[in-house]
Write a protein that binds this ligand. Structure first.
Ligand code: GLY
Length: 299
């Protein structure tokens, strides 16, 4: 017997300014409405989360793929992970440059190598071997990010994790359950603005930025990566799905993040029973899910 598929996505948790709200809601809605019909047609959860995240990577609104933040050297460096909850297989890449879809490169790592995680130059050589288009560095750069980089590059008091100042964190993620009851998750990011070269956040770290296990459900995280990694947030929330209702598990995870490491961020997820979960401790989190066949988006 087949199940009604589930899909939830996020487009980052931070103090998203009013003037960016409609673009965030629209981006989330596009990812849902272009991906959910595929799930209804029977594609795998893995295909669905890759598809949804590719849409969000393409959208310059978000800090992933096109529109990613610039590091201290003014370059885009991208991280991503994808995980299959039926096998616990995952693939991840970090500090990759000049490709639009790091989530797809992460999937190639999972499916075409005997490894789980490739970084930097090695990941880029692999991308070439897999025939990924290597873009001009300017192709992923947007005027908004260049302007923001120029405004912060010489600031002596800049912090990547201040909760209420303009410190964007537009990491994207998707969690799906397909008609066979299999789960998958994908998370993709440009990291934090003005990060050191080679800095890797939580997003591609399995258990921190994402986790999927058919026995538990699946979760994707967003926010201040250095705090999320310390509490292995996505696995923590997945484990909590065993004992708590979906929303309680997500809220407990975010409370722990805040209390234990003064962390900031948000999570989305789906429990093994198929219930949606989300929570965040930032002023806003762009997110949406499908209920009764229709997208419900909020921020
Ligand atoms: N959560 C994204 C990052 O900190 O890199």
């Amino acid at each position: 017997m087949t199940k009604t598929p589930k899909l939830i996505v996020h487009g980052g948790a931070w103090n998203i300014p009013d003037e960016y709200v409609s673009a965030h809601l629209n981006g989330v809605q596009q990812a849902l409405s272009k991906t959910y019909p595929l799930l209804l047609d029977g594609v795998s959860a893995l295909d669905a989360v890759e598809h949804a995240v590719r849409i969000l990577e393409e959208d310059p609104t978000f800090d992933a793929g096109r529109g990613a933040f610039l590091n201290e050297a003014g370059e885009v460096e991208l991280d991503a992970v994808i995980m299959d909850g039926s096998s616990l297989d995952f693939g991840a890449v970090a500090a990759v440059q000049n490709i639009l879809h790091p989530v797809s490169l992460a999937r190639k790592v999972m499916e075409e190598t005997e490894h789980c995680f490739l970084v930097g130059q090695g990941a880029m050589s692999f991308a070439q071997r897999m025939s990924f288009e290597i873009l001009d560095p300017k192709a992923l750069l947007t005027a908004r990010e260049l302007e923001f980089y120029n405004s912060i590059k010489n600031k002596t008091d800049f912090e990547t994790h201040h909760p209420f100042e303009f410190q964007p964190r537009d990491t994207v993620g998707a969690v799906a359950m397909d008609i066979h009851g299999n789960f998958a998750v994908a998370t993709s990011t440009g990291g934090t603005a003005r990060k050191l070269r080679g800095r890797v956040g939580d997003s591609p770290i399995v258990g921190a930025g994402a986790y999927a296990d058919n026995d538990l459900g699946a979760v994707s995280a967003t926010g201040w990566g250095e705090s999320i990694m310390k509490v292995v947030l996505s696995k923590r929330v997945c484990d909590a799905f065993k004992e708590h209702e979906a929303i309680t598990a997500a809220k407990n995870g975010i409370e722990y993040l805040e209390q234990r490491v003064k962390g900031l961020g948000g999570v989305i997820g789906i429990t093994a029973k198929g219930d949606y979960a989300f929570a965040y401790n930032t002023p806003r989190m762009a997110r949406g899910y499908i209920e009764g066949g229709a997208p419900i988006v909020d921020i």
